[in-house]
Design a protein around this ligand. Structure first.
Ligand SMILES: *Cc1c(COP(=O)(O)O)cnc(C)c1O
Length: 352
C-alpha cells in the first residue's frame, strides 16, 4: 500500500515495528511499555529523550525553550495558547479551517484581530504584505494548511511573539525556529500516533497574563512537571520519540527537507504537466506536505479512482471543503509512493 493519508498518517516502518515490540516488552524488561509506571526510570528516560530530541531537531537546545508532550490534540492548544498568552489583544492570520478554529477559541478570552485572511478564494493562498498591529500579545499563524495545501515559505515580519500551529509540517523543513515564541503540533502527522501534542515554548513568553489558569491548561505547570503533571500518553510519547530518533539518524531536518522537496517536485511537476489535472493552491504557496489537485475531466473520475485503488494508493481523496484529491507526503512517505501516484496519472492521460 502507498499511504497518502492526511492524518493520522504514515509512520516509518521501523518505528512501527519497534513500537509494536515495546507494547509486548520494553527493552528486555519483562514488562510492556503500557503497563509500567510513567514515573519509572525507564519512562522518565523516554520522556527526556523525546523532549530533548524535539529541541535538538529544531535547533533550539540551550536557547531558553521547553518542550512538552501534552494531551487533547492540537485543537486543545487553540484554547491553551489564548489562556496562557492573551492579555489584551492577539493577532491571527486566517489561512484555513484550522486557523478559523483557533480564532474561535481565542475569542473566548480576549480581543482577536484577524490580521489577514485568504477566505475570499477558499484559502488557496497565503496572504502577504498586510499590516500587522504593533501592540499584539502574539501573532498566530498556521505554518502548513493541511486541508488546502498551502504553506508559509517565509515567516511574517512582526515584533509580536510569533505562535504557530505546525501540526502538519513540523520536522519537515528547516526554518529559523528561534523566531517562534511558541509552536505546537499534534503528533499524528509527522511524529507518531494520535494522543499527544508537542508544545515548544520560549520560557519568557509564559507568566505574563493576569488571569488564573486552570492547572491542566497551564503551560508553566506542565513545563515545570516535565510533562508529568498527570499521566502522560506513554505509547504516543514513546512512538514519537522513536520517530524523532529515526529522523536524527537520517541526518535530521536538513536531510528530510531534501527528500520532501524531491517528492513535492515530482508531484507538482506531474500536476502541472498533465492536462487532466489542475493544482488547487497558488504555486508560490504550495505545501511540500499536502498537494491538493483536481481532475478537470469528470468523466474520468471513476477510471482514475479505480486505477488508484488497483495501484494500492490509499488516502488520496481531498477534504470535503476542497474536493478533488490530496496527496499527503509526510516525512515517512517514500519517493516511490509519489512515483506510483504519478504513474497512475500518466497512464490515465495515455488511456484517455
Ligand atoms: C490535524 C490538524 C489539527 C487538529 O489536530 P487534532 O490533534 O486532531 O486536534 C490542527 N491543526 C492542523 C494544522 C492540523 O493539520
Amino acid at each position: 500500500m502507498h499511504n497518502f493519508s492526511a492524518g493520522p498518517c504514515i509512520l516509518p516502518q521501523e518505528v512501527m515495528q519497534q513500537a509494536a515490540q515495546a507494547v509486548k516488552e520494553l527493552d528486555n524488561s519483562g514488562l510492556s511499555l503500557i503497563e509500567i509506571s510513567h514515573r519509572s526510570p525507564a519512562f522518565i528516560d523516554i520522556m527526556e529523550r523525546a523532549t530533548s530530541l524535539a529541541l535538538e531537531l529544531l535547533g533550539l537546545q540551550n536557547k531558553g525553550y521547553r518542550a512538552m508532550f501534552l494531551q487533547g490534540g492540537a485543537s486543545q492548544q487553540f484554547l491553551n495558547v489564548a489562556y496562557n498568552l492573551l492579555e489584551t489583544k492577539a493577532g491571527y492570520a486566517n489561512t484555513g479551517t484550522w486557523s478559523t478554529k483557533a480564532i474561535k477559541e481565542a475569542k473566548l478570552l480576549g480581543e482577536v484581530v484577524e490580521v489577514s485572511s485568504s477566505k475570499d478564494t477558499n484559502f488557496n493562498y497565503i496572504p502577504k504584505g498586510y499590516a500587522i498591529p504593533t501592540d499584539l500579545d502574539y501573532l498566530h499563524i498556521t505554518t502548513n494548511n493541511t486541508i488546502f495545501g498551502t504553506q508559509y515559505k517565509t515567516l511574517p515580519d512582526t515584533n509580536a511573539t510569533l505562535v504557530a500551529d505546525s501540526s502538519s509540517d513540523i520536522f519537515s523543513r528547516q526554518l529559523d525556529f528561534s523566531k517562534f515564541g511558541l509552536l505546537y503540533a499534534g503528533a499524528q502527522k509527522n511524529m507518531g500516533p494520535a494522543g499527544t501534542t508537542l508544545v515548544v515554548v520560549r520560557e519568557d513568553v509564559l507568566g505574563k497574563v493576569s488571569r488564573q489558569i486552570p492547572s491542566m491548561l497551564d503551560y508553566k505547570i506542565h513545563a515545570d512537571k516535565e510533562s508529568m503533571f498527570n499521566t502522560p500518553p506513554v505509547f504516543a510519547v514513546y512512538t514519537s520519540m522513536l520517530t524523532l530518533e529515526w529522523l536524527k539518524n537520517k541526518g535530521g531536518v536538513a536531510a528530510i527537507e531534501k527528500e520532501n522537496e524531491a517528492k513535492a517536485a515530482l508531484m507538482y511537476g506531474e500536476i502541472d504537466r498533465n492536462p487532466l489535472f489542475d493544482g488547487f493552491a497558488a504555486k508560490e504557496d504550495r505545501s511540500t506536505m499536502n498537494a491538493t489537485f483536481t481532475l478537470n475531466t469528470p468523466a474520468l473520475k471513476e477510471s482514475f479512482e479505480g486505477m488508484a485503488k488497483e495501484a494500492g494508493l490509499n488516502g488520496i481523496n481531498g477534504h470535503r471543503s476542497v474536493g478533488g484529491y490530496r496527496a499527503s507526503m509526510y516525512n515517512a512517505l517514500p519517493l516511490s509512493s509519489v512515483q506510483a501516484l504519478v504513474d497512475v496519472m500518466k497512464t490515465l492521460e495515455k488511456n484517455a
